[in-house]
Ligand binder design. Structure first.
Ligand code: HEC
Length: 110
């Protein structure tokens, strides 16, 4: 019985871990397609804020998805310091929304 529980625990962790990796992979693909990676990485500081830190900052903010989707397209400055994010006019509305959703979802899976 113990072994069964251990096996059950182990396989659920493995399945969960795989789902997490796939989500990050999907996000990275979208970041690549929309040319965000030159400034943002999920876990490492580049020019712009670390994406996981963005997720933490807006955790619990119900309007964050809309807000960030709009900011992704419009760019801006002053929230994270003085660096400027240029407008990303090439990003479609659908991609902006999905990027915002997936970036915010990083907070839930640390
Ligand atoms: C030239 C570099 C650059 C590029 C390219 C860039 N960003 Fe940014 N991004 C920044 C900087 C700098 C900030 C901080 C702006 C601020 O402090 O208001 C930022 C902020 C953000 C924020 C947080 C906004 C906030 O108000 O808290 C999000 C989300 C974001 N970027 C997503 C993206 C996505 C998605 C892309 C690709 C479509 C992208 N960025 C492309 C530099 C960049």
């Amino acid at each position: 019985m113990r072994r069964f529980i251990a096996l059950l625990l182990f396989s659920s962790v493995a399945v969960f871990g795989k789902a997490m990796a796939e989500d990050t992979e999907q996000l990275n693909g979208l970041l690549l397609k929309n040319q965000c990676l030159s400034c943002h990485l999920i876990d490492k500081r580049k020019y712009g804020p670390v994406l996981r830190e963005i997720a933490a900052k807006y955790s619990g903010d119900a309007s964050a998805t809309e807000k960030l989707a709009a900011k992704i397209k419009a760019g801006g400055t002053g929230v994270w310091g003085e660096d400027i994010m240029p407008p990303q006019a090439h990003v479609s509305d659908a991609d902006a929304k999905q990027l915002a959703t997936m970036i915010l979802a990083l907070e839930a899976k640390k």
